[in-house]
Design a protein around this ligand. Structure first.
Ligand code: CO
Length: 191
């Protein structure tokens, strides 16, 4: 634990102290322009991989960046992001090398994770129709299909669908992050 508290002291004395005006401004209110729905994976930290600062990204993360219709946590995040923050863009960001997606493909014993990953079953069905893929290609395709599926789920959630019908916003984007080179690529978008 000490390592992280020491890190916070460095943050306070460095970044925070050097940008007092910025941190004062964001302490008054937040105006993030992006809602990030991503994987809980410790290697896919939205602010770091997009080189952005506190105040810029509103975040929801879970295993395998899943958009579930009955997820009260996500629905509250969406309601707040759309109704109050009026965020114009929502990103569903998956990543290659995702343990959740590997578990979806391999099948696992853990009951809660298995139950959660059922929401991505449609992506697995799609990929299973494609033959001749190498294991790496299959994994990458499954990661991408899962992003497309979750983006579709997102577009069907009433808060999102109604807002898009009424004001053409939020725009929905599917991104994938590559652990090997740090790059984000677009997979799909619904403007
Ligand atoms: Co992951």
């Amino acid at each position: 634990m000490e390592r992280f508290l020491a890190g916070n002291r460095r943050f306070v004395q460095g970044e925070f102290a050097n940008n007092r005006e910025y941190y004062y401004k964001v302490s008054l209110e937040q105006h993030p322009t992006l809602l990030w729905i991503g994987c809980s994976d410790s290697r896919v930290s939205p602010s770091i991989i997009t080189d952005s600062r506190p105040g810029e990204i509103f975040v929801h993360r879970n295993i395998a960046n899943i958009v579930a219709f009955n997820d009260g946590n996500l629905l509250a995040v969406l309601e707040y992001a759309i109704k109050h923050l009026k965020i114009p863009d929502i990103i569903v960001c998956g990543h290659y090398g995702c343990g959740g997606i590997q578990a979806l493909d391999a099948g696992i014993e853990d009951p809660f994770i298995t139950n959660w990953l059922l929401i991505s079953q449609g992506a697995l069905n799609t990929v299973n129709k494609t033959v001749g893929l190498s294991p790496i290609e299959r994994h990458r395709r499954l990661v991408e299909e899962n992003i497309r599926l979750q983006l579709k789920h997102l577009s069907l959630i009433s808060i999102v669908r109604n807002a898009r019908q009424d004001n053409g916003m939020p725009h929905l984007h599917g991104w994938v992050y590559d652990l090997d080179n740090g790059e984000i690529s677009a997979v799909e978008s619904m403007s």
